[in-house]
Design a protein around this ligand. Structure first.
Ligand code: ZN
Length: 504
């Protein structure tokens, strides 16, 4: 290996060590830390963050990167070393464009607004947090403007998590998706509501957790390199390829909540655990983009976890675990219950057919705010009228309306929500490619063997980590760029069958 590249790697690994140590502190904060630790934890993470930023923006790294540009040109463009130089250069230039004074101000603002949001949500009153949200909007614009030359002001924010994606690409795609979903939602919601009472009996926590772990193990989640704990909001975190953890939350009166969050987070974790171990400690040891990451969690959660084949194998087992609750529930009733479609207020609880409508409302509203067409004070009204128009429901108060998601109250306005829907779209495109390559996947899943699917995903997506761009991963794995059709086809077929729809 080129000596300069070796030097770059050892410097990056120090930055990585600080970031991973910080991730452990955050994981602890969200799982086990007593409330009294909050203040000192805030100081500890801020110090580590500052050190990592200083180490990464050290001019020495800039010099190394400059010297490595001719080296990169000699390397095969799709090699891991070329990718490391390309990504580090991109991240370095980006880090330099954002003044550290801005980072400090914005991070302080975010910890403040987060706690005010929690209070506003508890008191169901948007007005409490509105002045701070106005500041967030200013900060979001300021951040975007460190990257002049954009077509839309949201583009630099989107690029941060979904490199290469822009409003100009996403908007027409979302329009087509909405046009495909709306008639389906109208047809299904004109039918009687599906009975899902079988999911809302009393299911003891310990049994729910043990069943979730059983499924995660079957998926191939390696517990020698991971673990599951409880937290108020489920998440996945990676400290290294050898230590990728997930969390879940359990409601004893809901069988679906913990189970599907465990499958979802295990999907994220399989991706992180499946990265080429040689990439450990570098910026290649992460997903290709937020959308690709979300495509993996949603693929396992919905396309596998809410499929008939999956429950052919697992239903007798869950029935055995909960004999009193499920004895008289047929697998068909259970299948329809976990796929119940309804007009609802809460994104995270939405079914597959309506979920993306929730996301698109947020995406449109954040663009309008960034463009200056929608004032923060008018947000609740705009939110409620869009919910009525798109989903036929009106929030009874702000806590189940504009205050429900933490995203705008803990980071920028803009840049995140699109990844959920892009991930859904991609999940179907990836599965379609996997089924074409390995036609036995469905029958294997029905027999409880999830390895053939896991193997295909590892080979075509996971192992590469961030070696390729999201666009390259999609093309390499599926033979073409992002395509909406497989997802629309999947939704139409699945829900057309469940609800006996005649779809043209
Ligand atoms: Zn996720």
């Amino acid at each position: 290996m080129h000596p300069k590249l070796q030097q770059l790697k050892s410097r990056l690994s120090e930055v990585d060590n600080l970031n991973e140590a910080n991730a452990i502190l955050s994981w602890d904060q969200m799982t086990f830390m007593p409330p009294g630790g909050a203040d000192s934890r805030g100081r500890q993470t801020a110090t580590l963050e500052k050190l990592a930023h200083e180490k990464f923006t050290d001019p020495e790294i800039g010099k190394l990167l400059e010297e490595l540009q001719p080296v990169a040109k000699e390397l095969p463009p799709d090699s891991a070393d070329a990718a490391l130089i390309r990504i580090t250069t991109h991240d370095y230039e980006k880090a330099l464009k954002i003044p550290s004074s801005f980072t400090a101000k914005f991070s302080e603002h975010n910890s403040k607004i987060y706690s005010v949001w929690a209070k506003a949500r508890a008191e169901r009153d948007f007005k409490l947090v509105a002045p701070l949200l106005e500041k967030t909007l200013d900060y979001s614009r300021e951040l975007a403007n460190f990257f002049p030359g954009y077509q839309h002001i949201a583009d630099p924010l989107i690029d941060d998590l979904d490199e290469g994606m822009t409003v100009a690409i996403i908007q027409p795609l979302f329009q087509k998706l909405r046009a495909g979903l709306t008639p389906l939602v109208q047809q299904i919601t004109s039918l009687p509501l599906t009975d899902d009472t079988c999911l809302h009996r009393e299911f003891p926590e310990a049994d729910q957790l043990s069943f979730g772990l059983k499924v995660a193990k079957k998926m191939g989640y390696d517990f020698n390199r991971g673990r599951q704990d409880k937290s108020p909001h489920p998440f996945t975190t990676s400290f290294s390829i050898g230590d990728v953890r997930i969390t879940t939350r359990v409601k004893t009166n809901s069988l679906a909540e913990s189970l599907f969050s465990t499958i979802h987070e295990s999907g994220h974790a399989l991706y992180e655990q499946g990265i080429n171990p040689d990439f450990d400690g570098t910026s290649l040891a992460t997903g290709a983009s937020m959308s690709i990451h979300e495509s993996q969690s949603r693929l396992w959660e919905n396309l596998v976890g809410r499929s008939r084949n999956f429950w052919l194998y697992f239903y007798p087992q869950i029935q055995e675990l909960f004999p009193n609750q499920l004895r008289n529930v047929s697998s068909e009733v259970f299948y329809r219950a976990i796929n119940k479609v309804e007009r609802s207020l809460i994104r995270t609880e939405a079914d597959e057919v309506t979920y993306n409508l929730h996301v698109m409302i947020r995406f449109d509203l954040e663009l309008e705010m960034l463009e200056g067409k929608l004032a923060v004070k008018d947000l609740p009204e705009a939110w409620n009228s869009r919910y009525f128009k798109d989903l036929g429901v009106i929030p009874t108060d702000d806590s189940v309306g504009v205050l429900q998601d933490m995203h705008w109250y803990s980071g920028t306005i803009g840049g995140y929500f699109q990844s959920y829907t892009l991930g859904n779209i991609l999940s179907a495109q990836f599965l379609e490619a996997a089924l074409k390559a390995v036609p036995s996947i469905p029958t294997e899943i029905a027999a409880g063997n999830l390895d053939p699917l896991h193997g295909w995903l590892r080979e075509h997506i996971y192992q590469y980590g961030h070696q390729f761009t999201a666009q390259d991963i999609i093309t390499r794995a599926t033979g073409r760029p992002l395509d909406l059709e497989p997802y629309l086809k999947y939704i139409r077929n699945k829900f057309g069958e469940i609800y006996h729809l005649s779809l043209s």
